[in-house]
Write a protein that binds this ligand. Structure first.
Ligand SMILES: [Zn+2]
Length: 539
């Protein structure tokens, strides 16, 4: 495989005047490819009900990272019925799976995240905060829609490939616990992508777009520090005790002083996961969980090292021990592949934005008004291809563990228009559109672009060669991937177990039943859209 790529990239360098130009003989002539693309677009439209049901079903499960039990069971059932070979409980992840169909080259892996957000429970189609289950998790990012897009594209494509005896292998995989950056680095470490030629990752957005190069944003290491002291009666003999919570507070204080002397690109935030048991018992154990983000790997490593020094110092100052430094997640800064992004972008333009209804626009504007944003409604035009940012211009921001994948195989992200623009993110308002026609139409549009781009890869082996030439000669010319997770780190699969155990019984009453209701909105009896009367609007 690796030899194949090396040969391929040498050949494509010899043949191609510039990186990114696909040379050589396509497997399918252009006119035939064009009519196959038109056929898969019709095929995706014909599966719009299946797409809608998958979007709505995952929305109703609303499962947090590592606990995507119902989600994974439901999706793998569909894939098995469609003839895919499914392996479950993979790479140390009980909710992980890999579904494969086809044979031979190219091997194309389609990924999308599946986990929900804490505190984001929300009735879909209702333009103000109205949780289904108070305090419960919900799809306040929209990770309920990407697998629907990927699976629909794969099913439609499989029929065409079968009929025309086209070579190629489609691999589907879930972004388990993406909100915790908890799986993809492990997938990479443990070999999921070792025979893969290209990865197309889909992620919800309000825009319909893709990009190449390094986008704005960060990579990170997610790490938990645990201190151990000694209990004592906090009033009777406090001098006998040593407080692990003191260590946590000293560490946080030291870090908050350190911030002034860090580059503006950094983002560091923390929560105290364990602050002790009760006030009259000096806390014996305490732990604090940090996300350390920066825009490149050397700076992430430097944050990690500085933080370790401060943690050891906090233990010394408080007379406690630093007993554990546990890596809970990791993400490299992303870099996307230029030839693949250009192929995808041409297909996005061919599909165009979905037609929004008056009801869609009313909902979008009402939600934007509710959260205090500008009320521009929904995006109506496909945007230009993103060309990445200069390292100096990257001002930081969020992370996605697709970054790790992007450094071992040519990777692109398809951003599809299933949500409302201008919302805060990781918030109940980001869930409102996610089981409405906005999400359904966005996923269908995305599935078309996905299916057509896979066809491009099957039709034209030189596209794969160009992708690898870019990967080897441009992307990884000066930057080499160094995993942040260590060989012994295990994904923290116990996380969110207690939260889901608490909320699942109440959430189960709202699981979507497509045998009885056409849509989830219909099942919930929600009028679409439901907006506040003018007088009740907050000022
Ligand atoms: Zn996401």
């Amino acid at each position: 495989m690796r030899i194949y790529h090396r040969l391929a990239s040498v050949l494509s360098l010899l043949l191609a005047p510039a990186v990114g130009a696909a040379q050589g003989t396509p497997r399918i002539p252009a006119a035939r490819l064009d009519s196959l693309k038109a056929e898969v677009m019709r095929g995706v439209d014909a599966e719009a009900t299946l797409t809608q049901q998958m979007v709505d079903m995952l929305f109703s499960f609303g499962e947090l990272g590592f606990q995507e039990v119902e989600t994974s069971r439901y999706l793998t059932d569909i894939l098995r019925k469609q003839g895919f070979t499914v392996r479950q409980n993979v790479y140390g992840l009980p909710t992980g799976w890999v579904a494969t169909w086809g044979s031979g080259k190219p091997v194309i892996a389609l990924g999308s995240d599946i986990d929900a957000i804490p505190q984001a429970s929300q009735k879909p189609g209702v333009a103000y905060h109205d949780p289904l289950v108070e305090g419960a998790p919900g799809h306040g990012e929209g990770h309920n829609s990407g697998q629907a897009l990927n699976i629909t594209a794969a099913i439609v494509l499989k029929r065409v490939m079968q009929r025309d005896k086209l070579p190629g292998t489609i691999v589907l995989w879930p972004g388990v616990a993406e909100e915790l950056l908890g799986a993809k680095a492990w997938f990479v470490r443990d070999g999921l992508f070792k025979d893969v030629d290209a990865v197309i990752f889909s992620h919800v957005d309000s825009d319909f777009s893709t990009s190449y190069g390094a986008p704005t944003g960060t990579g990170l290491v997610s790490v938990e520090y645990t201190f151990e002291g000694e209990t004592a009666h906090a009033a009777g003999a406090p001098w006998r005790g040593r407080s692990a919570l003191d260590a946590v507070e000293l560490l946080n204080a030291a870090w908050n002083y350190r911030r002034e002397h860090l580059r503006p690109q950094h983002r560091v935030h923390y929560v105290i996961r364990n602050g002790g048991d009760q006030p009259n018992v000096v806390p014996r154990r305490a732990s604090v969980w940090y996300f350390l983000r920066e825009t490149d790997h050397p700076h992430i490593a430097a944050l990690f090292a500085a933080r370790d020094t401060l943690a050891r110092a906090a233990a010394m100052m408080s007379g406690t021990k630093l007993v554990e430094t546990r890596v809970l997640g990791a993400a490299w800064p992303r870099h996307f592949n230029r030839p693949l992004a250009e192929a995808l972008h041409a297909n996005i333009r061919r599909v165009g934005m979905p037609p929004w209804s008056a009801a869609d626009l009313t909902l979008a504007r009402a939600v934007q008004r509710e959260v205090g944003g500008d009320t521009r409604g929904l995006d109506t035009a496909v945007s230009a291809i993103g060309t990445g940012v200069d390292p100096d211009q990257n001002r930081g921001g969020g992370s996605d563990d697709i970054g790790d994948v992007s450094w071992v195989v040519p990777t692109i992200t398809l951003r599809y228009p299933s949500n409302i623009p201008g919302l805060p993110g990781h918030h109940w308002s980001n869930a409102i559109a996610m089981a409405t026609p906005i999400a359904h139409k966005g996923a269908t549009a995305g599935a078309k672009a996905m299916a057509m781009t896979i066809l491009d890869l099957i039709a034209s082996p030189p596209l794969t060669d160009s992708a690898w030439a870019y990967f080897r000669n441009v992307q990884t010319k000066d930057i080499k991937y160094v995993p942040v997770i260590r060989p012994t780190d295990k994904p923290p699969i116990e996380m969110n177990e207690a939260t889901m155990a608490r909320f699942r019984p109440a959430m189960r009453r709202y699981y979507y039943d497509p045998t009885r209701h056409r849509t989830y909105l219909e099942q919930l009896g929600i009028t679409y859209p439901t907006v506040r009367p003018d007088s009740a609007r907050p000022r």
